[in-house]
Write a protein that binds this ligand. Structure first.
Ligand SMILES: Nc1nc2c(c(=O)[nH]1)N[C@H]1C(S)=C(S)[C@@H](COP(=O)(O)OP(=O)(O)OC[C@H]3O[C@@H](n4cnc5c(N)ncnc54)[C@H](O)[C@@H]3O)O[C@H]1N2
Ligand code: MOO
Length: 387
């Protein structure tokens, strides 16, 4: 997608931006002073040299100027250098006399001159394909005269919560009702991953209503996420109501938390659609493990995965046999030698959200491992710590 450079910040460049003009675009003064031929001021090493001043060139001057041997022209920073001049004498080396300037110190050729193309030459790649566009890249694009740039756009992600027990945080929950956590938490996670987010909120699991909402979102999304209604009879209902939009496979995945999940490619554009488990921790962890990398890949990230490190375990952990564990934990640094240590938070309940809020990493346990002892090395995946 081509966007205005003012909209490109935070995205990855999707083209090799070749400079069609040099930067600087012309030889120019780097300081306020006097443009001269350097040979004419060489003698200032022994005694001051006086040169007649034949004019002044402001920045942005369009008039071509020419210097005769033995003359000086007053210039300001950024002013085009007159032809024949090969150096600028800074004001500080002169008496700044506007009629006849006295130069007290010589300058070598090319001194205090910004040369054409010394920053970027015509034909150079100013911004590489895959480069993150930050303030410096936006500046460089402007400097080489580009007002638009090809980027990987933010994928549009829609987040829907289903569950008859849910109420929005704006309402007062009745007996047996709970606040909708997932659409808010997942919207935040999707935004953090770099997506453009639509939080649809709670949608009734009435089959026609759910189908209608999902069908609408499929037309406006690159990814659709439905949280809740993965397992049991509710899951069956969700699957049935979306059946004519495409194949949605609801199954068990060998991970904990978050075993029951669904995935399909729905609608005319085969939009990846996830059905995440309803338990808030499970929903966030499955999003982290399966949905986030898809968003990162869509953004053009070379490696869409989180950074992982090896850390030494501070308390023993147990994990469910036959399922890959993603345990909430705190990653620390050993104050003595800086090595990584990891403190598991000791909770595995998928409804215990406060412990996920405490965590800054997920401790990864292979599916064939059920126990890990203190002091053993484990793999740890970072979580976002951005406020
Ligand atoms: N007989 C079995 N029952 C369950 C199993 C199982 O293997 N056998 N697995 C449990 C696990 S683990 C999960 S996870 C859920 C998956 O089923 P659903 O995706 O249909 O989840 P729900 O039943 O709708 O909800 C589970 C739990 O989470 C609460 N929830 C749901 N949505 C939200 C939301 N948006 N905000 C806050 N809380 C939410 C919901 O109230 C439930 O307490 O199945 C288990 N049962
Ligand atoms: O599927 Mo559940 O998510 O393990 O909590």
């Amino acid at each position: 997608m081509r966007v205005a450079i003012s909209e490109a910040q935070g995205l990855l460049c999707a083209e090799e931006v070749v400079a069609e003009r040099a930067l600087p675009g012309f030889d120019q003064a780097a300081v306020d002073g006097y443009a001269v031929r350097s040979v004419d001021v060489q003698a200032a090493a022994e005694s001051p040299v006086a040169l007649p001043v034949v004019g002044e060139i402001p920045a942005g001057s369009r008039q071509p100027r020419r210097l005769q041997p033995g003359q000086a022209v007053r210039v300001v920073t950024g002013a085009p250098l007159p032809t024949l001049a090969d150096a600028v004498v800074p004001l500080e080396y002169t008496d700044d006399n506007p009629a006849k300037v006295t130069v007290r110190q010589p300058v070598p050729s090319a001194a205090f001159v910004r040369r054409t193309g010394e920053d970027v030459q015509t034909g150079d790649v100013a911004v590489r394909r895959g480069a993150p566009i930050g303030s410096a890249q936006v500046g460089l694009l402007a400097a080489v005269g580009r007002n638009k740039v090809l980027v990987h756009p933010r994928p549009r992600v829609s987040l829907i919560s289903v569950g008859e027990e849910l109420v929005d945080v704006d309402r007062t929950p009745g007996q047996g009702q709970v606040y909708d956590v997932n659409s808010y938490a997942l919207a935040a996670a999707a935004r953090d991953a770099g997506a453009e987010v639509t939080r649809v909120g709670i949608v009734s699991s009435d089959p026609r209503r759910l189908r209608e909402v999902v069908e609408g979102r499929l037309l406006l999304s690159e990814i659709v996420v439905i949280a809740g209604g993965a397992g049991g009879s509710a899951g069956e209902e969700v699957r049935r109501s979306l059946a004519d939009l495409g194949v949605l496979d609801v199954t068990r995945i060998a991970m904990h938390p978050g075993s029951v999940q669904g995935f399909g490619r729905l609608g005319p554009d085969q939009v990846p659609t996830f059905v995440l488990p309803g338990n808030p921790v499970s929903a966030l962890v499955v999003f982290e493990v399966l949905v986030r990398p898809l968003i990162r890949a869509a953004l053009g990230k070379h490696n869409p995965h989180r950074r992982t490190v090896t850390a030494s375990l501070l308390s023993p952990v147990t994990s469910v046999k036959g399922r890959r564990g993603f345990l909430r934990a705190q990653l620390l640094r050993d104050p003595d030698n800086g090595s990584y240590l990891v403190q598991p938070l000791g909770t595995s309940g998928s409804h215990l959200l406060a412990s996920l809020a405490e965590a800054n990493c997920l401790l990864l346990v292979d599916d064939d491992v059920t126990e890990v002892a203190v002091g053993e090395d484990v793999r740890v995946s970072f979580l976002s710590q951005r406020a």
